[in-house]
Design a protein around this ligand. Structure first.
Ligand code: ARG
Length: 461
């Protein structure tokens, strides 16, 4: 194919074949075609309004672009590496289809403001999809938390049994992480949704363009303030990447818990067969591949954040070709983030929890020791002394191989005269969780209240 380069005017020698392939981005930036065409249609519409194009030229351009979009979507568009990127592939095809009007489309713009616009349009769309996917996962967590509001499990610090909590409370902790993630993306979008188009190569353009009008056509909140900044800045993509890294960090933590909990040693949950795979050699195995893979993918997404930060560091104003390298990390982040969220939102409803094992585990690690100390404080013992007394009672339990609730009243009174018959109520798991009855606490009533506040919050959006 001999696609003439759109910038070949000042060149007397052809591009080195390897350099051509090395500098081309069409292989990966072709996925921006929809946004590129959307931006071009808005640009042509604005040019006609400003009297720079005739109405006929505008309509021919728009029809031509729509036809190209249809060809791309039908798989009939032949992408050319000689034409370097998505922008020049589309423009060149437009000109060969409609003639001279096509050559006028690029009036008053540059690929520099064009690509910045395309990426922002793309990211704005993806942010919306990702936020919807987070919401779907949150809804699944709310339903599960409601089912498990009374289910008791051990709560951990240092992965050692600490105090009993409800499984519903644990799931609502995940919900809260995701709520911040969703908010963060909404906030990030405020900075994504600003229009660079009209900045042209770097300094603006001599044509009487109407950037407010183009911004309105494209649904941007406003045109950007500074042309140099507009074509060079990629901090919106870095910010998105940072938000994505936090989401993956959260999903990775959830994954880790699901992996531990589904082991034979913990046996707290059963992951549905459809989210696990077997082993080719060990017939008994059912591996938690989905959470493992999500945990693994977290690494590449953290890596992409580093790539983008490093890509931007040290770039002088304004546009530099370095910025072409923003796309692959960004696209890979979006793809893997969406995939991870989707698989999580599908998997959560299919998790079965095993309340008996959870309960048994909660009984094991002296999870109600703090409750006994609090009991003694209510009876007048200073907290530090109570801590000491309970420590001794735990030591006795350890030596006898039993829990605090299994010690006799006589044995307990051996540590403090203030212990009476009513102590055994305090040592139950139900009593322990129900006593943490304030906003943010693990009591089943509080978990239900938190779920209902969360549902209200989501409904009011
Ligand atoms: N493919 C380029 C990119 O992704 C488009 C902008 C090219 N601009 C230029 N002056 N070479 O950044």
């Amino acid at each position: 194919m001999s696609d003439k380069k759109l910038w070949s005017g000042r060149f007397s020698e052809p591009t080195d074949a390897f350099v051509e392939a090395f500098t081309a981005s069409v292989e990966f930036d072709q996925r921006l075609y929809r946004y590129d065409i959307q931006g071009s249609i808005a640009h042509a519409t604005m040019l006609a309004k400003a009297g720079i194009l005739t109405v006929e030229e505008r309509d021919t351009i728009i029809a031509g672009l729509q036809q190209i979009q249809a060809q791309i979507e039908a798989g009939q568009f032949e992408w050319s590496v000689e034409l370097e990127d998505v922008h020049m592939n589309v423009e060149s095809r437009l000109t060969s289809a409609i003639g001279d009007a096509g050559k006028k489309l690029h009036t008053g713009r540059s690929r520099n403001d064009q690509v910045a616009t395309d990426v922002r349009l793309y990211l704005r769309d993806e942010i919306e999809t990702i936020r919807a996917e987070i919401l779907r996962l949150q809804q699944a967590l709310l339903d599960k938390a409601e089912q498990e509001a009374d289910t008791i499990m051990p709560g951990f610090t240092h992965l050692q049994t600490a105090q009993p909590v409800t499984f519903g409370h644990h799931l609502m902790a995940w919900f809260e992480m995701l709520e911040r993630d969703r908010e963060r993306l909404a906030d990030c979008n405020k900075r994504v949704n600003i229009m660079p188009l009209g900045a042209a190569a770097l300094a603006g353009t001599t044509y009487p363009i109407d950037r407010y009008y183009t911004a309105e056509l494209l649904g941007f909140a406003r045109p950007s303030e500074n042309s140099l900044d507009s074509v060079s800045d990629r901090d919106f993509a870095i910010e998105f990447s940072a938000a994505a890294a936090l989401i993956m960090m959260h999903l990775s933590r959830m994954s880790e818990e699901l992996i531990i909990w589904s082991s034979a040693q913990f046996n707290f949950v059963d992951l549905s067969d459809s989210f696990c795979t077997g082993s080719s050699i060990m017939p008994q195995k059912k591996n938690p591949d989905v959470p493992e893979l999500v945990r693994g993918k977290t690494g590449r997404i953290f890596g992409h954040l580093m790539s983008l930060l490093t890509l931007m560091k040290g770039q002088p104003l304004a546009y530099n070709k370095d910025n072409q390298e923003d796309k692959e990390p960004l696209f890979d982040t979006v793809d893997n983030l969406k995939g991870s969220l989707k698989v999580f939102a599908d998997m959560i409803p299919a998790i079965t929890c095993k309340p008996d094992s959870m309960r048994e585990a909660a009984m094991k690690g002296f999870a109600t020791a703090t409750d006994l100390a609090d009991y003694l404080v209510r009876k007048g013992t200073p907290f530090r002394d109570a801590h000491e007394v309970v420590g001794k009672a735990v030591a006795l339990g350890v030596s006898k191989g039993c829990d605090l609730a299994d010690l006799s009243l006589e044995e307990l009174r051996g540590f403090s005269e203030q212990i009476d018959d009513d102590v055994f109520q305090v040592l139950t798991l139900e009593g322990s969780v129900a006593a943490r009855d304030h906003i943010g606490g693990t009591a089943p009533a509080q978990v239900r209240a938190a779920i209902s506040r969360a549902r209200q919050r989501l409904d009011s959006e």
